[in-house]
Ligand binder design. Structure first.
Ligand SMILES: C[S@@+](CC[C@H](N)C(=O)[O-])C[C@H]1O[C@@H](n2cnc3c(N)ncnc32)[C@H](O)[C@@H]1O
Length: 242
């Protein structure tokens, strides 16, 4: 029996879409509780980087309930906001995103699509973002290639992701939190313990920040940089489409 190459898990997509569909109604609440609200500041930093070069068309991949897409659509103060498109393959997440965008009066185009097969022309966007979506892709290199394809030359990719916790005390505390606290509290609030066991487990199985940076370089991003957020819990990567 042969194993798939690193970052590839055939058959994963449908299970992931169904799982996010199930937890969609409580997704924002559980995020706020489990991160004590800090997740908002991580997305704010990502939005600021994506908007730094005044893009006109921005794509938020794996947009979920649209938290990052809404920050992007608000734009930078004093600048014309970009046109924002958000895609996700879980329609239950998109329904919530639509409701939130409507209530906020933000004209975000929300479409159901697979990140591994984006329905957009080459070079259609000047910035692409993906927040906590990449590690769920059935084929991470293919997802990175798709995001590179739809970016115009010089456009930016901004990736937010949870790197696997390391062996420092904070990393050990995070492992314990992921193993014990997340499934209990996430399960209690969402009614789906297995989803909140999967999420920290998928972080443990994901690549370290250095390797993610290398994967971005290998599909055609230049000037790739990353920095960690809040004691290394989250990491922000940026690359420029060469
Ligand atoms: C952890 S949530 C993140 C949502 C949002 N970006 C945020 O910051 O809260 C991951 C999202 O990725 C979506 N997703 C995972 N794989 C996908 C794929 N191949 N195509 C489209 N969406 C995908 C899931 O449906 C889910 O909504």
């Amino acid at each position: 029996m042969t194993s798939p190459p690193p970052g590839q898990s055939p058959g994963k997509g449908a299970a992931v879409a169904a799982m996010f569909g199930r937890i969609a109604p409580r997704y924002d609440l559980v995020n706020s509780v489990l991160s004590l609200g800090v997740d908002r500041s991580w997305r704010r930093e990502a939005a600021a980087l994506a908007l730094a070069h005044a893009p006109a068309h921005v794509l938020d991949v794996a947009t979920g309930t649209g938290e990052l897409a809404m920050l992007l659509a608000r734009g930078r103060s004093g600048a014309r906001p970009p046109e924002v498109t958000g895609i996700d393959f879980a329609h239950e997440m998109l329904d919530i995103a639509r409701l939130k965008a409507e209530r906020a009066g933000l004209p975000i185009r929300l479409e159901r699509a697979d990140a591994l097969d984006l329905p957009y022309a080459d070079g259609a966007f000047d910035a692409v973002t993906v927040a906590y979506g990449l590690r769920n892709f059935a084929d991470v290199p293919a997802g990175l290639r798709e995001m590179r394809r739809v970016l115009s030359a010089g456009g930016r990719l901004v990736v937010l992701e949870f790197p696997p916790p390391d062996e420092r005390p904070i990393g050990r505390a995070l492992r314990w939190y992921g193993r014990s606290v997340m499934p209990t509290i996430g399960g209690w609030l969402s009614g789906d313990r297995s989803a909140y066991a999967y999420l920290p487990a998928s972080t443990l199985a994901f690549v370290e920040s250095e390797r993610l940076a290398d994967a971005m370089r290998s599909v055609g991003f230049g000037d790739v940089r990353f920095r960690t957020q809040t004691f290394g819990i989250s990491a922000l990567h940026v690359g420029v489409a060469a």
